[in-house]
Ligand binder design. Structure first.
Ligand code: Y39
Ligand code: FE
Ligand code: FE
Ligand code: FE
Length: 230
């Protein structure tokens, strides 16, 4: 059902809204913090792109500050412990890949999967956000497309050498995204963000990214199927 039909008007100050926001806002703040750290780590793995990656990492800390302000504006205290748990598996997989110098896996996790997750979530949030958060999120989502683009351009230029590692990293990490979405579906719905819409926008962004990198439609169909039943 379309999001705007048959739904009660949102009360941004209701206890119900604020309770759900305490977790979704925390996830976004934690995600931005981890993205900041991940781009600093990527800069070490890709010294030729150090300057650009440090620039991206600084954008992520600005995003974090913006979303912290969104929580304060609604007088919500973000549940950061919930958020750290929420990202723990992807965080661990990124750290493991980093320790092995697997730059392709690190790029798939941060620059493709997490960025597509952010793009989907922020685009779905913008039409249903409060005025303050909408303005912040509109600025942020533009940046996220540029982060996704960095990953696409690098992986496209290194496609032949990266293909097998990308497929393995997709198989390892895509099912985790569906688990994460399931975990927040109820809270997202309170904010008028429907799970089906999130899944659809994620798959469009992720499928387009894989296509831009050089995967065939057949590859993309096969890769997208991982973990869908999670
Ligand atoms: O690159 C980035 O800035 C990404 C870290 C931010 C991820 C945000 C994750 C959003 C998930 C929200 C789920 C709402 C339903
Ligand atoms: Fe860490
Ligand atoms: Fe960001
Ligand atoms: Fe980003």
């Amino acid at each position: 059902m379309p999001q705007l039909e048959a739904s009660a008007p949102l009360d941004f100050h209701s206890e119900n809204y604020k309770d759900a926001y305490s977790r979704i806002n925390a996830i976004v703040i934690e995600g931005e913090q981890e993205a900041h750290e991940n781009y600093i780590q990527l800069a070490k793995l890709l010294p030729d792109h150090e300057e650009e990656l440090i620039r991206l990492s600084k954008m992520e800390s600005r995003h974090k500050k913006g979303f912290e302000a969104c929580g304060r504006n609604l007088q919500v205290t973000p549940d950061m412990e919930f958020a750290r748990e929420f990202f723990a598996q992807l965080h661990q997989n990124f750290q493991d890949a980093l320790a092995e110098g697997k730059v392709v896996t690190c790029l798939l996790i941060q620059a493709l999967i997490i960025e597509c997750f952010a793009i989907a979530a922020y685009n779905i949030y913008i039409p249903v956000a409060d005025d303050f958060a909408r303005k912040i999120t509109e600025g942020v989502v533009k940046d996220e497309y540029s982060h996704l683009n960095f990953g696409e351009v690098w992986l496209k230029a290194n496609f032949a050498a990266s293909k097998a590692e990308l497929e393995a990293a997709n198989k390892q990490n895509l099912p985790i995204v569906w688990q994460m979405l399931n975990q927040v579906a109820d809270d997202a719905r309170v904010l008028a963000m429907e799970k089906d819409a999130l899944v659809e926008d994620f798959m469009i962004a992720y499928g387009e990214a894989l296509s831009n990198i050089g995967f065939t439609t057949r590859d993309i169909m096969r890769m997208s199927a991982y973990g869908l039943a999670a």
